[in-house]
Write a protein that binds this ligand. Sequence first.
Ligand SMILES: C[S@@+](CC[C@H](N)C(=O)[O-])C[C@H]1O[C@@H](n2cnc3c(N)ncnc32)[C@H](O)[C@@H]1O
Length: 411
Amino acid sequence: MTEYSHAPEPLGVPTRRAAIRLIDAVLRRGESIEAALPAATRMVHGPDRGLAHAIAAETLRRLPDLDALIDGATARPLPPDAKARTALRIALVQALVLGTPPHAAIATVLPLVEGGPRRLVHGVFGTLMRGGATLPTLPALPEAVAERWRAAWGETMVEAAQAAIAAPPPLDLTLADPSATEQWSATLGGTSLMPGHVRLTGDHAPVTELPGFAEGAWWVQDVAASLPARAIGAGRGHALDLCAAPGGKTMQLAAAGWQVTAVDQSNNRLKRLRENLHRTRLKAQVVQVNLLDWAPAAPADAVLIDAPCSATGIFRRHPDVLHRVHPTLVAELAELQARILLRAADWVKPGGTLVYATCSLEPAEGEAQIEALLRDRDNFVLKDDTPGRILPGHIAGGNDGFFIASLARKN
Ligand SMILES: C[S@@+](CC[C@H](N)C(=O)[O-])C[C@H]1O[C@@H](n2cnc3c(N)ncnc32)[C@H](O)[C@@H]1O
């Protein structure tokens, strides 16, 4: 019988392997980090999973600048998908951004290029460290994204997006009871930008350990993401929350007095919506269906559509969107959004409100959808106080990118 002996891998190597798998999933297969996490981090546990995620996310956030450093230190450019390049990217991001001592950053990466260009990786990393390499204060966007956003929104927006990548995003909370804003701001040590909102910046305890989490006094929601339900406001009638899971906007509507029907097709995401409702003791009727095969029994006073989209507006927390969202994907999603929007418009009572939102920075998923709806249906008008386009830097201290249209159905 043959005996196999496996030398244990040096500490920290499986975590770096998981980080490389996450980066590959995004860059080669166009997957989101979130979708790739279970398979890529299968062999790592506890806090190491978080570390693998952080290394991958930080690498994707700073990818063009890391590649510029690597290209400046190699005689012949490494192919974009070479393992040596990804190994160098994660060694550099740890040393230059995450505060890992350089010897540890390289020692945990070299075993991953064993049998390959180990010496090259070691040499390039050493050269860059000895030369005092640094990353620019204003991170570069991938060229295709910068071009697309420059064409749509101008240079100022591109610079605001770059600044947003550099700053760690704050933690925004939405309160179930806006009249307690001052009290919760003080208890949590935060600041408030509007009633019902508290923002925490800098270090804080894990979310589930913060005061008020267990009793459901608030939920995590970027301030821009809270604007669609705010556009509907308080009410006693029936509100349809379409594409509702995991329920940020359902909870806002329920807390504002509406009888809410929350509709989504995803079982997993609806599970999180139910947990959120349970924790906050808020009520909603939950329906799991594909919206394209469903219609409500009766029209509603308010309809909110938080449509599935490219999510390019949430690039600060999900930097994978900068690398995997391409015009063809945007066009496909825009087609789905148009179908959902046209169906849902018919579910609004005369005199009622329709709010359409996407966390996207692509005009095709925002402005163009509403222009098309208004061309198609003359029974809707855009409200004067419609929030419209929310670009990075719109709200002091940072915000996700969003498009929000608030429309009235004529009587
Ligand atoms: C932007 S997310 C919703 C976020 C949610 N409104 C919140 O505030 O927490 C979009 C949602 O649309 C759902 N979705 C996508 N296509 C759908 C369809 N055809 N029918 C129903 N739900 C759909 C997805 O499952 C996803 O949960």
